[in-house]
Design a protein around this ligand. Sequence first.
Ligand SMILES: Nc1ncnc2c1ncn2[C@@H]1O[C@H](COP(=O)(O)OP(=O)(O)OP(=O)(O)O)[C@@H](O)[C@H]1O
Length: 371
Amino acid sequence: MKIEIQQLKLQYGKFTALHEFNLQIQDGESIVLLGQSGCGKTSAMRCVAGLERPTSGRIIIGENTVFDGAAGINTPPNKRNVGMVFQSYAIWPHMTVFENVAYSLVTRKISKADIRKQVMAALTTVGLQAFAERGASLLSGGQMQRVALARSLVMQPGALLLDEPLSNLDARLRDRLRVELRELQLRLGLTCIYVTHDQNEAFALADRIAIMQGGRIVQIDTPQNIYANPITSQIADFLGVSNVFPCEVKKINADHHVAELSDHALTVHSSLIPPSTTGATSLCVRPESFRIQAADPRAPAPGETANRWPGKIVVASFQGGYVQYAIQLDQGPEISAAQLTAEGPVLNSGDRVHVSLDPCAAQILPSELPA
Ligand SMILES: Nc1ncnc2c1ncn2[C@@H]1O[C@H](COP(=O)(O)OP(=O)(O)OP(=O)(O)O)[C@@H](O)[C@H]1O
């Protein structure tokens, strides 16, 4: 079921939590609202759910206008045909898994046989069919969250709203459930709005990520495009690009510019310079864009080749499939680099290295969006 949010404004007293918020979600699409704490993600989702009354604007779910400030329409949450899953599992510990999932159906006056069929189908969807008769208090955190999901799914909602549903779980379980959730969403063709401040969760779950700042969507795109082309260095930083340095950019020839940091300079390809960069500018380099080689006395001296610098490994942190390095460049900044383990020998703290960067692999971005 598609969802359309038009010109939504939400005020808490004098504070505006959402400013002219617009979002169109296609049927079967998974949208992740991603942003720092307080940017308005939960508020936006609560407006769609009907748990918050917006100040103005319009929300359409499927064919139904569920909120229209001007027309005075505000459909109650239980009539919006959306399911919700929250960070706190909100399941009843004194009931069995079956009873938890069946609870909402019981109030719908459906035959007992149909309730059993639908509850067992929902439990099978989340892989808990064998746990139907178990007391809910005897479940692990991950299983409880699956019960919460089954409880929403059993109502066959047109859309599912999920607010940080995995954040109470430990890291490994979170990684696993995130993949399971995505698989489920794709398999059932569910329209989802998912709220998180974790960029990895957003990358894994979204068809499109909407980055929010100060009650607005500031960038919306596929995970791949957002990671490749964040529109500000603030967003790049939030997405985990750990090398973000304020810089000044100067043209050196038709093809190349130089980005001057306080203590270092890099050559960058001119095509990377945004046409209308005014104000503060930053150089952003993803850790995996640097190439690292053990210092070789026979190699050309640093400085003879563009973007090749000597340095020393401060910390080498083996992560299995890749190695994370903190490298202090000689007379330059400390950088963060990552190299696939398969790409070369693992280097050690204290090793001398040469770090290089393709002039096309850096990004020059405005530090913030213009006001
Ligand atoms: N009931 C309320 N009354 C007043 N201000 C509120 C209320 N609820 C939220 N806010 C404020 O609105 C802003 C947006 O809150 P919201 O919960 O939507 O942010 P969020 O991005 O979901 O943050 P988090 O990730 O911490 O949950 C915050 O500044 C918050 O303090």
